[in-house]
Design a protein around this ligand. Structure first.
Ligand SMILES: Cc1cc2nc3c(=O)[nH]c(=O)nc-3n(C[C@H](O)[C@H](O)[C@H](O)COP(=O)(O)OP(=O)(O)OC[C@H]3O[C@@H](n4cnc5c(N)ncnc54)[C@H](O)[C@@H]3O)c2cc1C
Length: 299
């Protein structure tokens, strides 16, 4: 039986694998190869790696796992359950199975994207979800915040850290409540609640937002805030406490409500940055190693 199976080979999973590998644990990382930021041209805000292509970070991480007893397998995990004899059974897409004493889920999240014509070619180039990741590149440029619902006004106000020229488009015909509209007006954020027909751009560069009534507003970049969903239901299959807002609930060491199962990275929806995901992976790995030691040398 393996010591640990890690599901997900993004920053969280690979960081955990590195720490566990260096603890001489036998680890398998199962990864479906769809990292959340694959469409992005550059990863920002990751100490010593600011601006690297996101996949380059993962390539370096995988290379640096070579000296250790960590196996990297390209595979989609279909199911996970407790095994009668102790530990966990993990079932892959091809129906093969792995058995491990501990399980770390580092499966990330799924972004809800704007369903607006013209969005696809802009995504990751001049349409972003995270101002902390990409705001600096668009400082002092005309920006559009595409958001609706309770957090829309706060999201548009956040963008004023990078530009004084922000337009909030709710594209829902309703807009924010009066209090929020007043806060936006005080901060100089423009507001359009009417329908967006399409986004016009060239070579991945946003040029204008075109509204259904026919007029258009010139903008250089779009930031959207529509929430995230879970990537699959492995945590729920295992009985871990989870919900839409928080994702999988975790304790201070990334442990879940289910003994033997940890969750690191975006899947536990804390701060959704790659360096935080990596840090959570390292924290989970230390805790997993200690829990295995305790099991092997009971007091
Ligand atoms: C467009 C974009 C740009 C971004 N830019 C930045 C940035 O500049 N700086 C920054 O810090 N953060 C950025 N982020 C956020 C960053 O991508 C995430 O915080 C980070 O990737 C989270 O790492 P993770 O390991 O938790 O998840 P992920 O990187 O999403 O990795 C999860 C992995 O698990 C795999 N997986 C999921 N389910 C299964 C399964 N059932 N079986 C097997 N494998 C599975 C997936 O295929 C994926 O490879 C950006 C995000 C997006 C969407």
């Amino acid at each position: 039986m393996l010591d640990v199976v890690i599901v997900g080979g993004g920053p969280a999973g690979l960081s955990a694998a590195l720490v566990l590998g260096r603890c001489r644990r036998r680890v398998v990382v199962l990864d479906a190869g769809r990292p959340r930021n694959a469409t992005s041209h550059a990863l920002h805000g990751f100490l010593t790696r600011d601006g690297v292509p996101p996949l380059e970070l993962l390539t370096i991480a995988r290379e640096q796992l070579r000296p250790y007893a960590v196996e990297l397998v390209d595979a989609q995990v279909a199911a996970a359950r407790r095994h009668e004899g102790g530990g966990f059974e993990v079932e892959l897409d091809d129906a093969s199975r792995l058995f491990a004493r501990r399980l770390l889920l580092a499966t990330g999240v799924t972004d809800r994207l704007p369903e607006v014509e013209g969005f696809g070619p802009l995504y990751g180039k001049s349409a972003h979800h995270c101002p902390f990741c990409d705001g600096w590149e668009w400082r002092d440029q005309p920006l559009v915040a595409y958001a609706r619902g309770p957090g829309a006004a706060d999201f548009a106000l956040l963008l004023t850290s990078w530009s004084r020229d922000v337009l909030l488009c709710t594209d829902d015909g309703e807009g924010p409540p009066p209090d929020d509209a007043a806060r936006l007006a005080r901060a100089g954020v423009a507001l359009r609640v009417d329908r967006v027909a399409r986004l016009d751009g060239h070579r991945g560069r946003l040029e204008r937002v075109v509204f259904a009534r026919g007029d258009a507003v010139a903008r250089r970049a779009l930031f959207f805030h529509l929430g995230t969903g879970s990537t699959g239901d492995l945590a729920a299959q295992l009985g871990c406490r989870c919900d839409d807002e928080v994702g999988v609930h975790t304790g201070p060491r990334e442990e879940t409500s289910e003994p033997g199962v940890w969750v690191a990275g975006d899947a536990s929806k804390d701060v959704l940055l790659a360096i935080v995901a990596a840090a959570e992976g390292a924290k989970a790995a230390v805790d997993i190693h200690r829990s295995l030691l305790r099991e092997d040398s009971p007091g």
